[in-house]
Design a protein around this ligand. Structure first.
Ligand code: AHM
Ligand code: MG
Length: 283
């Protein structure tokens, strides 16, 4: 596993360099969800694939930017599902973006995730990773090396509210839930990049990030294997909760296709309990 984490550190430095120096325009291609790809999406995906392809413990790679599974080593133990550059459309307005990695052992379902990591490309490069045995570990890069900062623990209750999705298409009970948090004094923090938005909540002690099912996208926008499950793991390891709109733990998701999405709520305990009440979910 350390080899995988070390490789993530190396690709993070390379992707950061690409973000800072390369063309921010569109490539002539779409990803498997039918979205236009940026040249930076393609480049970041390439950097990650190149870095992992000779590592024998890696059985296969699944990228948000590609259809299907790339088989690497038969004898390998882990499948890495990754979003090479999440929120990439924010790069041209100079907001933070990120990479997300879910490391699975066996079938691709949430309970088989054994470690997860994300990188934030902002004013600094930061990395957070966790295994089943650890709380999330927070690192910051300096001169190309990642220095350990601290373990991350969520408070029981936070102050931040990050509500995703098009408000016009929210269900009434979702709007009531979001409005009620603001009425309790919560502050809006939503950049449109799940990596910096979820990172902020983790580091500021708590709050909630939601991306519900809406009338236009009933299963939400965020992909289970590359985005939802890796963050669900990190939030649980930090002492918080991560559930879908029925109150099921996101760590119980079983995707039927690698690019399946799920409504998702990540937060500290108080806010997730508020959400369950607003959604009429019995304890
Ligand atoms: P991407 O993987 O195509 O970049 O999309 C994922 C991003 C998340 O980072 C973010 O939370 C979400 O899309 C924002 O969506 P919206 O603009 O609908 O709020
Ligand atoms: Mg993404």
């Amino acid at each position: 596993m350390q080899t995988i984490f070390d490789t993530i550190k190396k690709v993070a430095i390379k992707i950061d360099h690409a973000i800072k120096t390369e063309d921010l325009g569109y490539a002539d291609s779409e990803n498997s969800s039918g979205e236009d790809q940026l040249k930076l999406d393609v480049k970041s995906d390439y950097i990650i694939e190149e870095a992992f392809k000779d590592i024998s413990i890696v059985k296969s790679l699944v990228s948000e930017e590609k259809e299907g599974v790339l088989e690497l080593h038969d004898e390998g133990k882990y499948t890495i599902c990754y979003d090479p550059l999440d929120g990439s459309s924010l790069a041209d307005v100079n907001l933070s973006v990120g990479s997300i990695f879910g490391i699975y052992e066996g079938e691709l379902k949430a309970e088989n995730l054994v470690a997860s990591a994300y990188v934030v490309y902002g004013p600094r490069i930061e990395l957070v990773l966790a295994t089943k045995e650890t709380k999330p570990q927070h690192y910051r890069a300096q001169n190309g090396l990642f220095n350990f900062i601290s373990e991350i623990t969520l408070n029981e209750k936070g102050k931040l509210n990050a509500p995703g999705g098009t408000q016009q298409n929210w269900a009434d009970y979702h709007k009531t839930f979001v409005d009620d948090l603001f009425a309790q004094g919560y502050r809006l923090r939503y950049s449109g990049g799940m990596v910096p938005d979820l990172h902020q909540i983790l580091l500021k002690g708590g709050g909630i990030f939601s991306y519900p099912g809406t009338s236009d996208v009933p299963n939400g926008k965020l992909r289970q294997l590359f985005e939802v499950v890796p963050f669900a793991f990190l939030y649980e390891q930090a002492g918080g909760q991560a559930v879908n709109d029925t109150g099921m733990r996101l760590m119980e998701l079983i995707p039927s296709h690698p690019h399946d999405t799920s409504p998702c709520f990540f937060g500290s305990n108080y806010e997730i309990e508020n959400m369950k009440q607003a959604y009429g979910i019995k304890a």
